[in-house]
Write a protein that binds this ligand. Sequence first.
Ligand code: SAM
Length: 237
Amino acid sequence: MGQTRLESLSDEQREKLDLFARLLIEHNERLNLTRIIEPEEIKTKHFEDSLAPLEMFIDYQNNTDRLPSLADIGSGGGFPGLVLAAVLPEWHIVSIEATGKKADFQQLVVEELQLMNAEVINDRAETLSQEPEYRETFDFALNRAVGTVSLVAEITGGLVRRGGYFLSYKGPKVDDELKTGAEALKLMGFARPEQIPYKTSGEEAADLRILRAKKIKSTPRKYPREFKYIKKRHLGM
Ligand SMILES: C[S@@+](CC[C@H](N)C(=O)[O-])C[C@H]1O[C@@H](n2cnc3c(N)ncnc32)[C@H](O)[C@@H]1O
């Protein structure tokens, strides 16, 4: 087997991730950030998994004159956003998390790992999506384990600039989710999504994919709706 994405990192980047793992274990009992707390599992299911689209980002960075940016929405204990921030120093990375204690933990990680390129915001994504400072400004908006495609398309799609991408870390259920999710992405201004399979060394047999859709039109002003309406009727239904 070739090198894993973790093995391809520099010593400095790996040291940062080791410190991240120690902070996660130390604070997890109090904050209940994750069920994955065995060091080996943290490496594969949090770090390697977060790094799944790394080549895509490096390729993007090599082909743009912009300072590339990404927003990770519903980042919990900092996944995948802060792992990416540790290995993509050229990127401006904004990690958005609705729960205060999780955002506070992420702020601690940013300080301890000295992630100068990362910013943590304790707010709801659908609120930020309607603010001019954030609306349609990011090259990428990512999410992992936040909700169905339809839900995350609406709460995160308004953050992506035209020409940028929506990414969602998914498993085999994505085909079902796409029955309404593909329409939701279209309403938010995205082209038909593609699925990019990936593997981690912990879960060779798991059927993991990155769902990727390119923004081709501006998101209509009426989206995202307030969360109470999003919850009542998912977009695309
Ligand atoms: C299951 S956790 C996943 C955390 C992380 N992405 C991961 O993969 O480990 C989902 C997180 O999304 C956050 N969240 C849910 N809806 C959100 C929203 N509309 N805006 C910001 N954060 C949200 C929750 O507070 C929670 O921490």
